[in-house]
Structures are given as structure tokens and as C-alpha cells.
Design a protein around this ligand. Structure first.
Ligand SMILES: [Zn+2]
Length: 320
């Protein structure tokens, strides 16, 4: 090929390429934040409430800043780190149960998207029969309210009595660290309208709440933190709330805690026990703060834990 012919071809190729690339505007939006899996006869829908910059550098304890950053780098992450806030909807076939509710209006514009995503997933807030809260922190209970009223008008709000007692007792606010003050206010505000509607039913005993769903004690992050074990057919799902806040750090260093933990020792012990159980019993884990949809398995590998996200499966829940 002569050099001039080669130039001609190159010029033609370039002009074709220019013509082929339409200047389409970027979409600037994410897919609706829901993700569906079947668990035996139950339909599980993970719902994203949004993501926010998780302040690893100011809230993690029992790990050096340098080690935390090194752990993140090992999984190709760095600060600022977007952290997911996930909740999970269980349709048992006879009841619709929401586990946690996102932050509602309490985290600003990043979050509070749960109801939009619930609707996108084909459900309406009025259809929710019960809400099980893992713990009364803002990013789990804030979403039970919309403009100060129950966001789920027909739902009964349930959580452990120990959790209710801690956050709803004014004397505890007085003795807690100052940075938790607004958490007490938010917890009381979340519960109040459900209480006055007769829709607040804390449970005294852990154990079965519903056929196929049991509450388990998982204290440490908060005094009455609960996890929910869901079983249908031969499948088990552990909705574990705040057992892991930053997978990149706490799967490698499970002793790393958070300044918001009410008991670092209990938080460490509970995390160790549930990581071990999830790995040995091959439970599907539904995690509030592992990257959306937060559904996967825990594997023990060379002395450390690893997160294996669920395989994407459209066969059991076909596209519309
Ligand atoms: Zn949380």
C-alpha cells in the first residue's frame, strides 16, 4: 500500500468514526436500586437507600489509620469511600416484611431513596405489614418516617425490647457520649407515631417472629442489636444489620470497631461469631453496609474472611 493511499484510508476511517459516535448526553442516573432473589418460597428484594461517604478515617477504632488504608488498598479502594445503606424486603407469600428502613430524611440528599426503590420494585408502602428493625440508628430506622408521619401506615414496627429500652429511656441519653445525643432524638421520633397508632410491638424474647423468620441477639454495635434468620425450603438467609460496616477492613481485621459501638468487646465477639457461623453454615448474608445489593456468602480463606457476592440470576425472577 502506498503511503498516500494509507493516509486516505486513515482519513476515511477517522471521518467514519466521527460520524458513528453521536454526541449522546450522559444519562447521569443509576438503575433503580432494587435487586431480587428467591429464597425457597420467599421472595427477597434488596432495596438501596443510597450511598454516602463513609468516614473511615474518623470513626474506626481498634485499628490504625495506616492499617485501615492498607486494607482498603488491598481491595483496590481508597478514601473517600462510598458506603451502601441497604434494607431488605421479604415477601413470604402471606406477609410483606421490611427489615430496616434506611435513613429517611436524616442523611440528606444522598439517601432516603428506599421508598422510590420499593415502588420501582413493584410494591407500595401501604402493603408493608411489618417492619423489623435491626437497631435504632438513624440509617436503619430514619426511613420509617416520611414528613414526621409513618411512611408505612399499615405496618407494625418491631425490634428487640433491649434496643427499645436503651434508646427510649431518657436517663441513657443523659449518660451517653454527646455525639449520640441526636441518635436518641431520632430513635424516639421514629418510634413515637407507631406507638401512638398502636403499631409498636417490641419483642421481649428472641426467636420466631413469623413462620420462617427468627430474631437473634447480635449485641455490641448497640445494646439490643438483632439479626434476622430467614428460612424457606432448604435455604437460609442471615440479615445481619451492622455486623460489618466496611467489608474491605473488617473481613481482614474483624476486631476493628466503630466509635458508635456501644460495647467494642461485644461488637467484636458478635462479629466473630456471626462471621464464623455464616462461613461454616454457608448462609446467604444480607448486609446493611456491604456494597449494594449486599447479598453474598462469607468464605474463610487462608485465615481471613472473604465476601463472595451472589451470582446474578434472572431465571427465578424473570425480567418484566
Ligand atoms: Zn448502620
Amino acid at each position: 500500500m502506498s503511503p498516500s493511499f494509507r493516509h486516505l484510508i486513515a482519513a476515511l476511517t477517522l471521518s467514519c468514526a466521527t460520524l458513528a459516535h453521536a454526541a449522546a448526553p450522559m444519562a447521569h442516573s443509576q438503575a433503580p436500586g432494587y435487586y431480587r432473589v428467591m429464597l425457597g418460597q420467599f421472595e427477597i428484594t434488596a432495596l438501596s437507600d443510597g450511598t454516602h461517604p463513609f468516614p473511615v478515617d474518623t470513626v474506626m477504632t481498634n485499628i490504625s489509620q495506616q492499617q485501615a488504608l492498607q486494607d482498603l488498598a488491598a481491595v483496590d479502594l481508597k478514601l473517600p469511600l462510598q458506603g451502601s445503606i441497604n434494607a431488605f424486603l421479604i415477601n413470604t407469600g402471606s406477609k410483606l416484611i421490611l427489615v430496616d428502613s434506611g435513613a429517611g430524611a436524616l442523611y440528606g440528599d444522598c439517601c432516603g431513596k428506599l421508598i422510590t426503590h420499593l415502588r420501582a420494585a413493584g410494591y407500595r408502602p401501604e402493603q408493608v405489614d411489618e417492619i423489623y428493625i435491626t437497631h435504632l440508628h438513624k440509617d436503619h430506622a430514619g426511613g420509617v418516617l416520611a414528613q414526621g408521619k409513618p411512611a408505612f401506615p399499615n405496618a407494625v414496627l418491631r425490634l428487640s425490647q433491649a434496643e427499645a429500652d436503651y434508646w427510649l429511656t431518657p436517663a441513657n441519653k443523659a449518660t451517653a457520649p454527646e455525639f449520640l445525643s441526636s441518635f436518641f432524638d431520632a430513635a424516639q421520633a421514629a418510634v413515637a407515631p407507631y406507638q401512638s397508632a398502636g403499631h409498636f410491638q417490641p419483642y421481649k424474647d428472641y426467636g420466631p417472629l413469623e413462620a420462617g423468620i427468627e430474631a437473634m441477639p447480635a449485641p455490641g454495635h448497640t445494646p439490643g442489636h438483632a439479626a434476622y434468620l430467614v428460612q424457606s425450603g432448604d435455604k437460609q438467609l442471615l440479615i445481619w444489620g451492622d455486623i460489618v460496616h466496611v467489608a474491605g477492613i473488617q473481613l481482614t481485621h474483624p476486631d476493628a470497631t466503630l466509635k458508635y459501638d456501644s460495647s467494642e468487646l461485644n461488637a467484636q465477639a458478635t462479629r466473630a461469631a456471626l462471621l464464623q457461623r455464616a462461613a461454616s453454615e454457608h448462609l446467604i448474608v444480607a448486609a446493611a453496609h456491604i456494597a449494594f445489593p449486599g447479598l453474598g456468602h462469607i468464605r474463610r480463606h487462608q485465615g481471613e474472611y472473604e465476601w463472595l457476592p451472589l451470582n446474578y440470576d434472572e431465571s427465578a425472577v424473570p425480567l418484566p
